[in-house]
Write a protein that binds this ligand. Structure first.
Ligand code: HEM
Length: 179
């Protein structure tokens, strides 16, 4: 496997980063509007949420697979390895949360007896309406839906700090080849 230059990730991970970023922006708009929409008008937004949430969580799980498979990027010049590792761990935790959101999302949807159709393709329910599933997965799904925002804020603040202290650059905080 060819060595990567310091602070640079390979093309596959760069392309995936952009796709996840753009897909998540669409999902983020959806989850910002959906809970504020009256229940009787919410159905089209929920239907879109299930499909788009599925896309984001599958992409996140794929990204985690490639993360483990490598190649692992090296820290940019001047940035200590431990500081870089902390920043990467936060990013990885965000992908784990998106993956869990997807898995829990299915359990929640079936638990409330919601029919799941992914971009028009219906999925048969794996189990019927379940109060225990609704309670456990509903709170879990909602809590994780805020948890990744906290991770994102810490990651962003830490990235800005790395730029001030180590001149690591801000471009690396956006999708692209720099990490
Ligand atoms: C990265 C992926 C996902 C994220 C970040 C996410 C996030 C959210 C958020 C923030 C809410 C609103 C929670 C609240 O009102 O407290 C929500 C609701 C919901 N999500 Fe997800 N979700 C994702 C994927 C999925 C998937 C894959 C499914 C199922 C296939 C799903 C099923 C649901 C359901 C059924 C609701 C309740 C909708 C309603 O009736 O208001 N989610 N999700």
């Amino acid at each position: 496997m060819p060595e990567l230059a310091p602070g640079i990730q390979n093309r596959r991970d760069m392309v995936m980063g952009w796709i996840i970023f753009l897909s998540f922006l669409v999902l983020f708009y959806n989850i910002s509007v959906m809970p504020r929409t009256p229940l009787e008008d919410r159905e089209p937004l929920v239907a879109f949420h299930l499909s788009m949430g599925f896309v984001v969580s599958v992409l996140a799980i794929m990204r985690l697979f490639f993360w483990v498979k490598g190649p692992q990027p090296a820290p940019p010049q001047g940035l200590p390895a431990a500081s870089f590792a902390f920043n990467r761990a936060l990013l990885m935790a965000m992908f784990i949360v998106y993956g869990l959101e997807g898995i829990g999302g299915f359990l929640y949807a079936w638990g409330i007896g919601h029919h799941i159709s992914l971009f028009g393709i219906p999925l048969p329910p794996v189990f019927g309406k379940s109060e225990a599933m609704r309670m456990s997965q509903g709170y879990f799904h909602s809590a994780l839906g805020f948890y990744y925002l906290m991770l994102f804020c810490i990651w962003l603040a830490f990235g800005c700090y790395q730029n001030i202290r180590y001149k690591a650059g801000l471009r690396r905080l956006f999708p692209g080849s720099q990490v």
